[in-house]
Design a protein around this ligand. Structure first.
Ligand code: SAM
Ligand code: FES
Length: 353
């Protein structure tokens, strides 16, 4: 038996391999790779069943004060037409999320100072009162005080990726932030009793398999309720323009499968970037560990202005079309649309140990 087969067996027996061993599994091809995907799909099925939870994402502002090197809406990109949705538009879109069968609404934006504790808490209260949906915020690093205010206003969950555990890479590509401020924010979210989501971009420029393995292990150590990862895709208007994809595209999927094996109870979305990587990308991820789908319900007129990376899918669609399309995809996978808010099962599972 090869060393990588042995690592997979030990992983399936509940052991956490070293970064070097995980890097070995990220190289898997042929039968071993299929075995990895099948094992991850089995764990997803055992712990989460056939349900795929729908979280409708509203990209409510593309204004950003930051200049992250990878991101298409970074403040220095002059080719972006900036927009902010009005309170009424955000609330109406959230009401559509409910109508279209989403148990959660995800509010995402650039790091936009207009949406501070006061404005965002007004929106959160309104959505909670009008829809009763679970609410996830994804608005970048915020102070503990702000996070407290969001929580009191009805926010249930928060998504903040750590992006990479390589200090050198993190520092180079985040002129406005430190790794410590991100991890402090994740820590604050945990102590404020949020359901916490994080993750990283797979295949940032200069990434080695060992670095991806370290990211997988770090995400696992964080004990996350949700893990969202997707491929890095180079945007032409950024300092990373023209940077290539990983030569072995299956590494993106193997990373997801390994995360699932190490984090059986975490909710894991098939992130939109997988569809930009290849047309069936999100379907493939749903077959190797993911159990959440985030249909884009942002009104059609704003979608082309929120392009973090090229080839973003569905920029010419509207929310209703995405909501219909996702049901077809789920049926095609012989899975079901999840009911209810789809809260963290990790917490319940840990409590019962
Ligand atoms: N401003 C918030 C934040 O920074 O957490 C939320 C919006 S931010 C654009 C959402 C995520 O998009 C980032 O965490 C990053 O991982 C991802 N992203 C940005 N540019 C990307 C790219 N070129 N390829 C893949 N993912 C990208
Ligand atoms: Fe601000 Fe990407 S640089 S959202």
């Amino acid at each position: 038996m090869t060393a990588a087969y042995e690592t997979l067996n030990r992983l399936l027996a509940g052991e956490t391999p070293s970064a070097a061993e995980l890097a070995g599994l990220l190289k898997a091809q042929g039968k071993l790779r299929e075995r990895l995907y099948a094992a991850a799909d089995q764990v997803r099925s055992d712990k989460h069943g056939a349900a795929i939870h729908l979280r409708g994402i509203i990209e409510f502002s593309n204004v950003c004060k930051n200049n992250c090197w990878y991101c298409g809406i970074r403040c220095d990109n002059p080719n972006v037409t900036r927009y902010r949705m009005s309170f009424d538009e955000i609330a109406e879109t959230a009401a559509n999320a409910r109508k279209w069968g989403c148990g959660t609404v995800v509010l995402q934006s650039g790091d936009d100072p207009f949406f501070n504790a006061e404005t965002l808490s007004k929106i959160l209260r309104r959505i909670k009162t009008e829809t009763g949906l679970a609410i996830t915020l994804s608005v970048g690093v915020r102070t503990r005080k702000e996070l407290e205010i969001f929580k009191a206003a009805g926010c249930d969950r928060y998504l903040l990726r750590f992006e990479t555990t390589s200090n050198a890479l993190f520092t180079a590509m985040h002129p406005d932030e430190s790794f410590e401020s991100r991890t402090q924010c994740l820590q604050d979210l945990r102590t404020l009793d949020y359901q916490v989501g994080s993750g990283f971009m797979i295949g940032l420029p200069g990434t080695t398999l060992e670095m991806i393995a370290n990211d997988i292990l770090f995400a696992t150590r964080l004990g996350l309720d949700m893990i969202g990862c997707g491929p890095f895709l180079a945007h032409p208007d950024t300092p990373f323009a023209g940077k290539p994809l990983l030569e072995d595209r299956s590494v993106y999927y193997k990373a997801i499968a390994l995360l699932r094996l190490l984090n059986p109870y975490a909710h894991m979305p098939a992130t939109t970037a997988f569809d930009a990587l290849e047309p069936e990308g999100r379907n493939l991820v749903l077959r190797c560990g993911a159990n959440v789908f985030m249909p884009n319900i942002t009104p059609g007129k704003y979608r082309s202005m929120y392009q973090l990376y090229p080839n973003k899918p569905c920029v010419d669609e509207d929310g209703a079309a995405c909501a219909i399309c996702v049901r077809g995809r789920i049926a095609g996978l012989q899975r079901e649309v999840g009911t209810g808010p789809g809260h963290s099962i990790r917490k319940t599972a840990d409590a019962s140990k």
